[in-house]
Design a binder for this molecule. Structure first.
Ligand code: ZN
Length: 205
């Protein structure tokens, strides 16, 4: 019995490996083939869940590792335990993050053994166009992880001006790109932020 168990353990390799990445820091690497829809790894095998309004959750948001789950919870990974939270960003990702329940990384494009598992961060910044340079190495790399909105963008968004037209064109191009990697939900974040920025600039006037 004990012999049998030992042999079984030898072959049950973990499906992923956590090691240094050429993109940045540590990354997640496949040890077997993953097909679209396969769960690759849990977002955070050890985690805490805090209420969205908890001051600790708000402070933790600065670490960029928190995950908003089901609109009410913030998942904070215990970073002493590796997990999907180590996934690097790619402009042409092969996996996606799902934030419901415990949070997980799921394959969206076939991943070969040895390949780095990457996701799309979908960061939307305000007035910080060059906050997050991207080193993903994809041929279609956009140069930056973040999509930035300036106060001028928010102001001109719905106006019939050259600035408004140029911004809408940039937005349409980004929407097409998001569609090509099936990350359309980022548009919701962008539109929500634009609305907030506009409201704020009005109240300051
Ligand atoms: Zn990139």
């Amino acid at each position: 019995m004990s012999k049998r168990r030992a042999r079984k353990a030898m072959f049950s390799l973990a499906p992923v490996q956590f090691r240094d990445s050429a993109i940045e820091g540590r990354g997640v690497f496949a040890r077997r083939t993953f097909r679209p829809g396969d769960v690759v790894v849990a977002y955070a095998p050890r985690q805490r869940r805090l209420d969205l309004a908890d001051p600790e959750a708000i402070a933790a948001a600065d670490t960029k590792l928190t995950l908003l789950s089901e609109k009410y919870w913030v998942i904070i990974p215990d970073t002493s335990v590796p997990g999907g939270w180590l996934c690097n960003h790619s402009c042409n990702p092969n996996a996606a993050i799902y934030s419901d329940r415990e949070g997980r990384i799921q394959c969206t494009r076939t991943i070969q053994p040895g390949e780095e598992v990457t996701i799309f961060y979908g960061w939307v910044t305000q007035n910080e166009p060059e906050r997050d340079p991207c080193r993903c190495g994809a041929p279609q790399c956009r140069g930056f992880i973040n999509f930035d909105l300036s106060d001028d963008d928010a102001e001109s968004f719905e106006t019939d001006t050259p600035a408004g037209g140029a911004f809408r064109e940039r937005l349409a191009e980004y929407e097409t790109y998001l569609g090509s990697i099936r990350q359309e939900q980022v548009m919701e974040t962008i539109l929500r932020k634009l609305a907030q920025m506009k409201l704020r600039s009005r109240s300051q006037r």
